[in-house]
Design a binder for this molecule. Sequence first.
Ligand code: PEP
Ligand code: MG
Length: 882
Amino acid sequence: PKWVYSFGGGHADGSAADKDRLGGKGAHLAEMSRIGLPVPPGFTIATDMCAAYYENGRKLPDALRPMVDEALVQMASYTGAHFGDVEHPLLVSVRSGARASMPGMMDTVLNLGLNDETVEGLARRTGERRFAYDTYRRFIQMYADVVLGVDHGLFEDILENYKALKGYELDPELQAEDWIEIVARFKSLVEKELGLRFPQSLRDQLWGAIAAVFGSWQNARAIAYRRLHDIPDDWGTAVTVQTMVFGNKGDNSATGVVFTRNPSTGENELFGEFLLNAQGEDVVAGLRTPQPLTKQASAANGNGKVSLEEAMPEAFAKLKHNCAALERHFRDLQDIEFTIEAGELFMLQTRAGKRSTQAALKIAVDMAGEGIITQEEAVMRIDPAHLDQLLHPTLDPNADMTVLAKGLPASPGAASGEIVFDADEAVHLKSQGHTVILARIETSPEDVQGMHAAAGILTTRGGMTSHAAVVARGMGRPCVAGVAAAHIDLERETLEASGVVLRKGDIVTIDGSSGKIIKGRVTMRQPDLSPDFATLMEWADGLRRMEVRANADTPADAGMHRDFGAEGIGLCRTEHMFFQDNRIVAMREMILAETKEARRAALAELLPEQRQDFMALFKIMKGLPVTIRLFDPPLHEFLPHEEDAIADVAEAMGVEIARLSRRIAVLSEFNPMLGQRGARLLVSYPEIVDMQARAIFEAAIESGKELHDRVRPEIMVPLVATKRELDLIKERIAETARAVEKERETTLAFQVGSMVELPRACLVAGEIAESAEFFSFGTNDLTQTTFGLSRDDAGRFLGEYADKGIINHDPFMTLDAAVGELMEIGVERGRAVRPDLKIGICGEHGGDPETIGFCEKIGLTYVSCSPYRVPVARLAAAQAAV
Ligand code: PEP
Ligand code: MG
């Protein structure tokens, strides 16, 4: 098999199409080389070697050696530098690169190829002894840490002690002789720690580094990251070995990161930062504050730092040109690493840039406008799950607030929560229902799960391309980075700024759009959606087949849904209309009534309120379909349980407490979710149907007059298991309809349909469809009853089930495949009887993008979902249809 793919000198064995085998980095390096960009030559060992490495007992197979040797010779042919040649030594970097980007999760070794001899050769050839030995000590430190397992901090200690001894403050003050001394001390540290000399064989070094990078695929943080991002363990990583170029060769050298557009706002401008006379890791580590790339950014930030555009105009012009070429070539925002060595620009990496949702929208819409991508592609580029971020609140500009400090606006959105200083603690508190803001000096890949658990992230160090900023944007978490004016004491778990000390658990607010850190909670405002949002949604609407409706219980909800673009109401849970304070009394009276007369009296009180609500709903929805579900109260949710509450209800009902308690005991069920709910309640108490049908019809007539249009309500019966249940209830509805038509001397148009939320209903869907004029899948109950898993109690142990790999996801969030199969049966059998049967879904799953994809596949007519999910569903439905 071919394991090694060379690139360089305008050629490459592989291309961008080989991402699966070469990893993102390797494939893109190959592609950049092909299109003639200045890429330092190198080779990539394919991802299948990763599996081979593990199968071989964490050893590289011997067959790989000659392939690597050959590739090294080819590299030499491009640069003239030879691996192991003392006079013209070749130095390489060894990096990981998986199919999906896993930033910083795996290991890297830089400056490999130095030993006591080649370092002298490098010094002679470059005429820079200081540079050569600085490079050597960097290599020893990194290699010892990554490959040999010697703690990084021990090297830092040596360096710090040495500097203190000599009275140096900064690394640039160290001379060649100093670095030579440091190298000696580093080597003896390794010897002391391992009882071995630091390896002088370059082949051993290279072999060790390649093996270590493959080995880092299975380190704890890489595994955790894959869990979080659903990346399969068996993909493996590729390893890229590439000629080193040096950004630390003096003041006409530099290294930096550039995004082809602003990844925070989406603005079409180069965005990034660089460090003069530095190596790549220095930028990422955030130890020195980088400088802006463009004159414009330099002016805007006002920190007086010279931009690359000003410092190295020629190299900047080339960079700008290459950025444009890469963006056009890959047809997406690129996140690029570059190095300038003695005035010469090299492109080291390019990948699709992570971006905030706002930026994603703007970039997709702009690129479609610029003709780089099609509108359909623009729609496909937005992750529906991230739209949530746009719909999140922002700070109310008029709110009172105590701003403690300002940092970089690294990822938009605002959040308030308890401040915590430890990632694991963030995870723990989140699992207990707390909302937390994770505060760190800087973040590292170990913090990723804590960042995910946090509502927002703040760091006191690092720039807009720091780990915290990049990861937060990708996750859609608000983030303020580099709040230099704040001091975090990790030991004492405090953050101090402007003379205020916040302790762990204190409430803090961060605004990732302005960079503000604010004491306490701040009132928030609903977001203004950008015109790009509307544009993209319009394109999405043009592509989708399924309708998107909303679950709305109150007229206020319905108003909001219309704003988000719902095309009707797919579920109005009428019992929820009575959850509010004074209304619940009448509802309880109705439920607790001992006689038909008492119940009718209580229902008579409910009637005007119901009619009122329905009228408001119909008017807001202006002729769009409104699906009203008859009462489905799990009785326990409405019965008073505590003594005080029972006493209150008794008083309101004018009955004795003891009598009421007896009635509650009679009605109480062992398993209310499977008790006298839904259709069962309506069969036993048909007077409820009479009242609700009357309220619906009278409201339809009244609002129809106002709208000058006929209102055609869709009445839905919950928890139907048999056709006969539905028939009984349907007949009651029809009787009421006839009565109202007669009283009002008019005719009514309406449909009666069935919820399909029990396995039995799916199986007998053919029979039910003889009576039902539409179906709506209640996947909450269908999941509960298919699994025999209580909706209200499952949370307690589903977490453990996920940890133990029993389930991949919470079946109450993303539809389970077996539940899906029941739905498929329901659709098939229902439509066999009534081919044009309208079928929707109204469980929580109706707003889940993956489930929506499934609904498209099985041909549902519409999905209906809860607040804020409507845009998500519109987009997901469009993507499913493409
Ligand atoms: C369902 O069961 O999916 C449903 C929509 O009804 P409810 O959640 O009210 O039981
Ligand atoms: Mg239900």
